[in-house]
Design a protein around this ligand. Sequence first.
Ligand SMILES: [Zn+2]
Length: 238
Amino acid sequence: MTRALYDQDAYRSGCPAQVVRVHDGDVELDQTVFYPLGGGQPGDSGWIGRADGTRLRITDTRRDKASGAILHRLDAGVPPPAAGSTVTLELDWARRHRHMRMHSALHLLSAVIRHGVTGGNLTHESGRLDFDTGGEALDATRIQHKLERLVQVDLPVSMRMIRGEELAAQPELIRTLSVTPPMHLPWIRLVEIEGADLQPCGGTHVRRTGEIGALRVLKIESKGARNRRVVLAFAEDA
Ligand SMILES: [Zn+2]
């Protein structure tokens, strides 16, 4: 299994690594700072540097379902680095940092709207959560003001590990109705936004909510009789 350095330190933007094997243009490494697609967060992109100084583009990162290994996808037709060779990884940090900001923003959104979450997704530009409101309408202005406040007070964001069985005993921590965390695993990571939100999550987050920056509620859409979709964007992109 690939050592996932982003689990411990989401701010590490590069690392040395050794090529374990290459299959179909996907490079498996012994360790990585690249987050693989999952939990609604996109896979990271960036560069892989070879010992001769050449750099190859990594367009996406995925987890191999069968082996659990993290695979770094190269541009089609590019000859990959050889198995056993030492390489240097470098994240597209500007893109990843936006994923971190938006992921933490979505946790704040789930704290502001106390309905069950039925779906969600994020990109470097926007993020959305779907809520089962039972058909109740949501007020974009109120939501935006509450988010603004939680960003302004600059709450610390922290991670800790919890046993799967402990989490199973606290179902109130699970906000996502559509995806159940892997409670069969011995350890699951909890992400806490102090005083606002606590939930199991494997994604990458900012250290404090102030780093999310100003947000705006882009739109609220009806998704069937019971569900409402709230879409957030960064105010700086307006
Ligand atoms: Zn999350």
